[in-house]
Ligand binder design. Structure first.
Ligand SMILES: Cc1ncc(COP(=O)(O)O)c(C=O)c1O
Length: 378
């Protein structure tokens, strides 16, 4: 129950033991078609350009940025978490100029600040993090942000690594041009093949670049030869990871995407009610609380690292601490994919309660359990 990878569903593990076929085998091409269709379903998009990029979430992130940002383009990135910095680094390496829209760690971007940044810098590309894993913040007002960007003719790139398959995400309805994700969070799949989708408008920019992107491996105009109609060799696909993501996405479709968002919300609501009644606060306000990653405030006098170690040593349960500006201030507790189950929340409450009591924290574990049970009974 850390910030990912989450527990992998047994069916996905079984799919990974399927014997290998070649990356151009007709049966594998059928599997590629399945993955693309299921990714469209999960992203809620009709985008033709929807693929699993070979590599971890950073590969789909770099495929988005390195292809869309051309030398001399300006990219606007957020400062409110760890992954905005990574966007900035990738945009610079692509030859872009980077400008920033500020918000403190632990808060979302304010559309007024985004509007001001657009008026000031006129960026070509705007990146934002829909679900910031470092702070447990969900970016609200996404359609408002995309509207601001489009009224300035800019392209919008959304980091959906910790939201895809677990938190409401509507790529087409919200008018997001490019969205990328990773498989190891709410899809509960091992890292290795990472979702990416681009609309035609973004892909037109990519295909009409004057200069090739600096990465050969992630050049979408070349990857198009493999994932598009031609199905020609570009690189050897990570066959086993493609089997895995197909099975993980089938599980999403069997459950239903909206039902899956509801399950994450219900289970995380139990966790939230429980820790709050125990006497612990959550860092983000309710309006931008991220169900898939709960940033729980560390009580006064508690050593976060020691509590995390206690939970791991005594319960074999993984949770994480804060990063950057929130180091030592928060626990990061995931509620993702196959791990998002009521019984896991009860186990977590028990383990964390004991770890905090061992350090003499002033908490009420019984009240926490009562609130959690009440929430689950609703
Ligand atoms: C919001 C966000 N973006 C990007 C990444 C990078 O993904 P990966 O570590 O799989 O390369 C992560 C990883 O945790 C993430 O949480």
């Amino acid at each position: 129950m850390g910030p990912g990878p989450s527990d992998v569903h047994p069916r996905v593990l079984r799919a990974m033991s399927t014997p290998l076929v070649g990356h151009l085998d007709p049966s594998f091409i059928d599997i590629m078609d399945d993955v693309q269709e299921l990714l469209r379903y999960t992203f809620r998009t009709d985008n033709q350009w929807t693929i699993p990029v070979s590599g971890t979430g950073s590969a789909s992130m770099e495929a988005a940025i390195a292809n869309l940002v051309e030398p001399g383009d300006t990219m606007l990135v957020p400062t409110n978490g760890y992954f905005g910095d990574r966007m900035a680094s990738m945009a610079e390496r692509a030859g872009g100029d980077v400008v920033y829209v500020d918000a403190p760690w632990g808060e979302p971007l304010d559309p007024v600040d985004v509007q001001d940044a657009f008026d000031q810098y006129q960026p070509d590309v705007f990146g934002f993090v829909h679900a910031e894993t470092s702070t447990g913040v969900k970016q609200p007002d996404v359609p408002q942000l995309t509207e601001i960007a489009h009224s300035h003719d800019a392209y919008v790139v959304a980091d959906c690594v910790t939201s895809l398959g677990g938190v409401e995400l509507e790529v087409d309805k919200w008018d997001i041009d490019v969205a990328y994700s990773g498989p190891q969070k709410c899809l509960s799949c091992p890292p290795g093949a990472s979702p990416l989708t681009l609309n035609d408008r973004a892909m037109d920019k990519v295909l009409s670049r004057e200069e090739d992107p600096r990465s050969w491996y992630l050049d979408l105009s070349l990857l198009e030869g493999y994932w598009g109609d031609e199905r020609a060799y570009h690189h050897t696909a990570p066959i086993t990871n493609v089997y895995a993501i197909r099975e993980a996405l089938r599980l999403v479709a069997e459950e239903g995407i909206e039902e899956r968002w509801d399950r994450h919300l219900r289970v995380a609501n139990g966790l939230k009610a429980g820790v709050e009644a125990m006497g612990l606060g959550l860092n983000p306000e309710d309006d931008y609380w991220l169900p898939s990653l709960n940033a729980v405030l560390v009580p006064d006098g508690v050593d976060a690292g020691a509590a995390i170690g206690y939970v791991l040593d005594n319960y074999d349960l993984e949770i994480a601490g804060g990063l950057g500006a929130l180091d030592g201030d928060i626990f990061r507790i995931g509620c993702m994919g196959h791990s998002a189950q009521e019984k896991n929340v009860a186990f977590l409450m028990s383990a964390l309660g004991e770890a905090l009591e061992a350090q003499g924290a002033d908490i009420d574990v019984e009240a926490g359990f009562a609130a959690m049970r009440e929430q689950f009974a609703e």
